[in-house]
Write a protein that binds this ligand. Structure first.
Ligand SMILES: *Cc1c(COP(=O)(O)O)cnc(C)c1O
Length: 508
């Protein structure tokens, strides 16, 4: 069994095994005609259940052969130009190379004595990101597993800062827009905030937080004796890609002395955009920022960071342990990243971004992101001109939310003005309403499911004002306007077939 341990005596086995894996993936990618096979959980489960985990196959080639049928054949492939569903990007090759390096060396970023150079590389990348944001000389931060963890840590720091100023924990609240990410709500629960702690701020028709609504909410909180511990602005909402008016929001947060967190999990790609960096103007006023490199920097999962304006606040995440990061290490100036992180053992995910910047450069990444933003604009024009569909709003980033409408039901005027702002409530919520699904909702729901089952394209769904909508999240520069048009034809075909099957459309 020792031949399977990676060390100085097994490098040949290592080389052969990894190359076999790489060859297998390369062959699969080259032959993938659809983003998905359409397999159902029930159809796939038996082959995975049938694997006897107590009877090993003994060699890589056999295990890879088996992997073909239990995973690779039916995986959902984000690199395919007709995968248009969630915030998953195709990944860049330098990052995949880095992934192979970092798992083989297996540094753990908790302490210097487990990571050496890796710690310094991560620190450089945090400094680089903070400089791109414009956070100033005292900025710091740490890589995390994703935007959810980054948001949780941001709110933890904000809570501790509020408590340090004497706030009553039972009176704390967080202000976020109705289009904010659900992890804000989840974090509030994890942090033990009161059940009603997240105060929802209304959005305008473009799904941006309304500064007047934020001002009202801040005043109301004060009147009710509540202490806002953070305003969460979103730079790129998950459904609409909308960017809250950061300068106005920052101004209000500053006037009320409230921590400003900017959730740029999606919009962070603008930090490297050669043409659209200005869309993030105002982000430099944040106290903390969430960035997901695994969304708009074309990095493999996981790759995310929390960046803060003032490194001192990271002490709220510090715990000194005699065996790992004793207090004296601070005096000895030993850089232990665990002092800043919610995690202990932690992957060297930063290496992926490092390799990407060293091979392609920031402009290279930003150009790819620009390409998908241009594509989204083209997609919006296609949808807006297509009488079969109604599109909610012009994209600020790269999502398009729309629905199929039967002939003769399309509202007049521009689509942007025609769809009401959704009812209050963080995120878009569940996609069923008390069991009642109108025929129009049913046709859109069916179109998405039928398309998924066909495997010819994958799109997402969401609700707007309680109604079913379809969603494209465009993150693949290989996707073309022709792909978008073709997928719309497929969706319309499924929706029409369903509508004709059912009774006449009465609920619109
Ligand atoms: C995706 C997303 C998150 C959550 O990030 P994960 O990496 O999935 O944990 C948070 N906020 C926004 C705006 C997002 O789009």
């Amino acid at each position: 069994m020792r031949s399977h341990l990676l060390n100085d005596t097994t490098t040949e086995h290592y080389r052969r095994s990894v190359i076999q894996g790489v060859e297998r993936v390369a062959a699969t990618l080259a032959a993938t005609e659809r983003p998905f096979t359409g397999v159902t959980p029930d159809a796939l489960a038996p082959s995975i259940d049938a694997v006897d985990l107590d009877r090993p196959l003994g060699d890589t080639a056999s295990a890879l052969e088996e992997l073909e049928s239990v995973y690779l054949r039916d995986a959902v492939y984000f690199h395919h130009p007709r995968y248009l569903a969630h915030l998953n990007c195709p990944v860049v090759i330098p990052a995949v190379t880095a992934e192979a390096v970092l798992s083989a060396v297996n540094s753990s970023l908790d302490t210097w004595d487990q990571s050496a150079g890796a710690t310094l590389i991560e620190r450089r990348l945090i400094d680089w990101t903070a400089a791109r944001i414009g956070l100033g000389p005292a900025a710091d931060g740490v890589f995390t597993s994703g935007g959810t963890q980054s948001n949780l840590q941001a709110l933890l720091l904000a809570r501790e800062e509020a408590l340090a100023r004497g706030a009553d924990p039972a009176r704390l609240c967080v202000l976020a827009s109705e289009c904010g990410h659900f992890s804000v709500q989840k974090s509030a629960g994890l942090l033990g905030l009161p059940a009603d702690a997240v105060v929802t701020v209304a959005c305008d028709a473009s799904r941006r937080m309304r500064p007047d609504a934020l001002a009202d909410a801040l005043t109301r909180c004060a009147r009710e004796g509540r202490t806002p511990m953070a305003v969460v602005a979103t730079a790129g909402t998950t459904d609409f890609g909308s960017i809250d008016p950061l300068p106005a929001v920052a101004d209000l947060a500053a006037r009320h002395g409230v921590w400003l967190h900017v959730d740029a999990a999606y919009g962070c790609g603008l930090l490297v955009s050669p043409t659209r960096r200005h869309l993030l103007d105002g982000i430099e006023h944040a106290d903390s920022v969430t960035v997901d490199y695994h969304k708009s920097f074309f990095q493999p999962v996981s790759s995310s960071a929390l960046v803060v304006r003032d490194q001192a606040v990271l002490r709220h995440a510090t715990h000194h342990s005699d065996y790992l990061n004793p207090r004296r290490a601070v005096a000895e100036r030993i850089p232990n990243q665990v002092d800043k992180s919610l995690q202990t053992t932690r992957r060297f995910d930063a290496l992926k971004l490092w390799m990407t910047l060293r091979v392609m450069g920031a402009d290279g990444v930003g150009t790819l992101f620009d390409e998908v933003l241009d594509l989204a604009e083209a997609g919006w024009r296609i949808l807006d001109a297509d009488p079969r569909f109604e599109v909610v709003t012009r994209p600020a980033l790269s999502t398009l939310v729309f629905r199929w409408v039967p002939p003769g039901h399309r509202p007049g005027g521009t689509a942007a003005a025609s769809v009401p702002v959704p009812a209050p409530g963080i995120g878009s919520g569940s996609d069923t309403r008390s069991g009642h699904v109108s025929a129009l909702d049913a046709a859109n729901l069916h179109a998405r499911k039928a398309l998924f089952a066909s495997g010819r394209a994958v799109v997402a769904g969401t609700t707007v004002h309680g109604r079913h909508y379809l969603k494209f999240t465009l993150l693949n520069p290989q996707t073309t306007a022709a792909d978008i048009a073709a997928v719309l034809d497929l969706l319309a075909g499924h929706a029409e077939a369903h509508a004709h099957l059912g009774e006449t459309l009465v609920h619109v």
